[in-house]
Design a protein around this ligand. Sequence first.
Ligand SMILES: [Ca+2]
Length: 284
Amino acid sequence: MPHPPYQPLAAPEACLTDGRWRTRPDAAVKAVVLSGPQAMLTLPLDGSRLADDVRVHFAGDVPPQRVRLAVSASPPGGDFEEVAAVDEIALRPEDGGGFVALTFPVRPVRQLRLTVETRAGESVAVDEILLMPSAHLLCGSPYVVTDRAADPWGCLTDGVAGGDEKAAWPGARGEVRFDLPEARYAKAPMVHFRRTEGKAFSPRVSSDAGSADADREGWATIPLNREVRALSLALEASAAGRVAVDEVALLPARNLALGCAYTYDPPFRARYPDSGGRDIGRRT
Ligand SMILES: [Ca+2]
């Protein structure tokens, strides 16, 4: 069944992931009320998801002072790393509240932890948390699977892992090929294998750049760090006798200039780009 336009997510408080949030002031939507100065919400996912964008909806007219997001690639017990923080949050009470978008470089995530800071004496209401589809370099790309593969939804590049849809090959081997419209500088392809119930799980992916075994969460990563125009991946699940995959991601290379200071030269356009060509600094 096709999934909603965000990734599957479950929370201890069902109202946070029921697909409903307040969209007008008088709507009756259940929310979790958090009071300050700092409250923490931890969401262990039921499987690993590829993520780069988490959205939190605050209902009503009281915005939090700051929201921070930490993620962990491991099940409960693993370490968290803070990946995003947002302050200067404004809500639109006439629309029921507003979303805070927390974005970060795409990575596999098994747990989310939100820290919500509120001003003294205030409390805020959270009524939904969304995990958006991940934006990797193959997202939305067409691809070719070897024949006999069952892939009715074309789910391998929809940015969603861990949902209901998967591509399945009837045997222990399969193949998938991509042709990108232009060369992209990529850090690594990642394949997310799915378990076949009652079968051993030790899948493996190979390309001309090397081979990789899947980790416990099903992710197999081949380090690349070069330009990619075409990608052909051989998939293998000998122990299970059946290959099942729900996402093939191509992670972008890290931007080495990220966070560096920069200047413009010239600092700004000095004349209006119209026929008069008036000087921007001149008083009229
Ligand atoms: Ca998918």
